[in-house]
Design a protein around this ligand. Structure first.
Ligand SMILES: Nc1nc2c([nH]c(=O)n2[C@H]2C[C@H](O)[C@@H](COP(=O)(O)OP(=O)(O)OP(=O)(O)O)O2)c(=O)[nH]1
Length: 279
């Protein structure tokens, strides 16, 4: 079953809203669906997170558990882990339409029964699934559109020879010693790519060339949005320096999860890993 909608927010913002945990847990409450992220979770869903759902179908409570298998800028995918179905796959795919985003939300499932089960499936489940999809898309739209006007902090994912550049903060106290990407606030009137170039010059004393975007937007506790751009050094042999930071380090893809990242960056580690793996 498939639902589409056009959302008035850029693609990485909608991608971030799709991963929002409070939305996943409470966005379907008015349909009687109770959802909970199982185990350790951050602000946004990451691959491997599991969600448990409890919802009434024809007055009978049904429980399901799903696992996130993909959380990229342009797609969020989950599959069935446990429940009274043979198969379930839920996928939201995003496509940029100018500054707006087209979301296509698809749910595919197989019921365990033959003939009578199929009838019940057609009559009841489809209606329920459609209502759930419509409500979820509405909730994602509302959240993404509320994030769309926020100030942006850009981060630069600089890759060279299969390594990503990370920098270690010196201040404030609760960030000191933790790792982040070079970057900072986009100034009024400045483009995001310009901000990436300026911040890398200020923080690392190197020239970079932005090459694209990485991962979804991440909401920050200060009310801004973190958005990552991939970048390369204009001069491949340049040596980035820790001008304002405690340290800078080139990190292998496999070592990225072990760094003590700021919370916002932690939910992007799988996307950063993929970027480095593909380089
Ligand atoms: N540059 C950067 N900032 C990040 C990352 N992750 C993350 O949560 N942030 C937060 C930390 C800051 O609150 C904000 C960045 O803004 P900023 O670079 O202008 O801020 P700052 O704290 O260094 O501040 P300041 O010198 O301007 O006071 O975003 C990241 O990967 N890179």
């Amino acid at each position: 079953m498939r639902t589409t909608a056009l959302i008035d927010a850029p693609l990485p913002t909608v991608g971030g809203a799709l991963r929002d945990i409070p939305l996943a847990e409470h966005g379907l409450a008015e349909l009687g669906v109770r959802a909970r992220v199982v185990g350790k979770a951050s602000a946004l869903l990451v691959p491997g997170d599991e969600l448990s759902f409890r919802m009434p179908v024809l007055g009978v409570p049904v429980s399901l558990r799903t696992r996130i298998v993909r959380a990229d800028a342009d797609a969020l995918t989950s599959v069935l882990v446990a429940g009274p179905l043979r198969e379930l796959r839920h996928e939201a795919v995003l496509a940029a339409v100018g500054d707006r985003t087209l979301i296509t939300d698809s749910v595919h499932w197989k019921t365990p029964l033959g003939g009578p089960g199929r009838l019940a499936d057609v009559a009841l489940l489809r209606r329920k699934v459609l209502a759930v999809q419509a409500q979820r898309v509405r909730a994602v739209r509302e959240l993404a559109e509320s994030w769309a006007g926020r100030k942006v902090v850009v981060g630069a994912a600089i890759v060279r020879s299969g390594l990503l550049l990370a920098q270690q903060r010196r201040y404030p106290a609760d960030h000191a010693g933790r790792w982040e990407l070079p970057g900072g606030r986009v100034e009024p009137g400045e483009g995001e790519r310009e901000a990436v170039v300026r911040e890398c010059k200020e923080e690392l004393d190197v020239e970079v060339r932005p090459t694209g975007r990485v991962g979804t937007d991440v909401p920050l506790s200060n009310g801004m949005i973190l958005r990552i751009h991939s970048a390369e050094l204009v001069e491949a042999a340049a040596v980035p320096k820790a001008v304002e930071h405690h340290d800078v380090r080139w990190v292998k893809a496999a070592d990225l999860p072990a760094l003590d990242w700021l919370d916002a960056d932690r939910v992007l580690v799988h996307s950063l890993r993929e970027l480095v793996d593909k380089s």
